[in-house]
Design a protein around this ligand. Structure first.
Ligand code: GSH
Length: 207
C-alpha cells in the first residue's frame, strides 16, 4: 500500500489506525524509531509538532494521530454516510481522545499514585460510550457500519481491559462491541500477529 507509519516501538497512538488498516485489508510500511536516535533531534526537527507518529500516504505527510484516523476514514469509507454522521463521528472520536489523554496522563505521570482512582472513576466515562452504543443499536457508535471512531474506541477499550480486567462487566453494549470487533477475521489476525503482540502498549512499560 501507499502508507508508511513512523513511530516508536509501542502500540500507543498507532494501534487504532493499524487495526483500522488491517480491517480494511490495507498494507503499510513501518519505520521504527528508537528513543536514543529520537533524542538526537534531527527527526524531531522535521515533525510539524516535534512529535511522532508520522504518517505518509504517498506525498501527503501527516502528524496528529486523530488526523490520520480521519484521513483513513475518508479513504476507506469509514466516515459516515453524510455530513451529519461525519459530525457525530468527529464528536465521538474527540470523546475517545479525552479519555485516552486521561489514561496516558495516569500511565506516564501518576501510575503508582493515580491508578486506583483512575479505575474507580472509569465507569463515569465508560457509561457515556455505553449509552451512545446502546441507543444506536447497530453495534457501532454512529450509523450502521464501523467508523474511525469505533476503531479508536475499540483500541482504547482493549488497553482499559488490560488495566482493569473487569471494567466492562457492567457495560454490556461495550463488552459486546469489543467481542465483535475482536472476532472480525482481519482484526483477529492482526491482534494475533507478532507485529502487534511484541509491542508494549506504552513506552514506559506500564499498562
Ligand atoms: N497529539 C499527538 C498525536 O495524537 O499524534 C500526540 C503525539 C505524542 O504525544 N507523541 C509522543 C512523542 O512523540 C509519543 S506518543 N513523544 C516524544 C517527544 O515528544 O519528544
Amino acid at each position: 500500500g501507499p502508507y508508511t507509519i513512523t513511530y516508536f516501538a509501542v502500540r500507543g497512538r498507532c494501534s487504532a489506525l493499524k487495526i483500522m488498516l488491517a480491517d480494511k485489508g490495507q498494507e503499510w510500511k513501518e519505520v521504527v524509531v528508537d528513543f536514543p536516535d529520537w533524542m538526537k533531534g534531527s527527526l524531531k526537527g522535521t515533525c510539524v509538532f516535534g512529535q511522532l507518529p508520522k504518517f505518509q500516504d504517498g506525498d501527503l505527510v501527516l502528524f496528529q494521530s486523530n488526523a490520520m484516523l480521519r484521513h483513513l476514514g475518508r479513504n476507506h469509507d469509514a466516515y459516515g454516510h453524510d455530513g451529519k454522521e461525519a459530525a457525530l463521528i468527529d464528536m465521538m472520536c474527540d470523546g475517545v481522545e479525552d479519555l485516552r489523554l486521561k489514561y496516558i496522563k495516569m500511565i506516564y505521570q501518576e501510575y503508582d499514585t493515580g491508578k486506583d482512582a483512575f479505575i474507580k472513576d472509569l465507569p463515569n466515562h465508560l457509561d457515556k460510550f455505553e449509552a451512545v452504543m446502546t441507543k444506536n443499536k447497530t453495534g457501532f457508535l454512529v450509523g450502521n457500519k464501523s467508523s474511525f471512531a469505533d476503531y479508536n474506541l475499540f483500541d482504547l477499550l482493549l488497553n482499559l481491559v488490560v488495566l482493569s480486567s473487569t471494567c466492562l462487566d457492567s457495560f454490556p453494549s461495550l463488552k459486546s462491541f469489543v467481542g465483535k470487533m475482536s472476532a472480525q477475521p482481519k482484526i483477529k489476525a492482526f491482534l494475533d500477529s507478532d507485529a502487534y503482540k511484541k509491542l508494549p502498549i506504552n513506552g514506559n512499560g506500564k499498562q
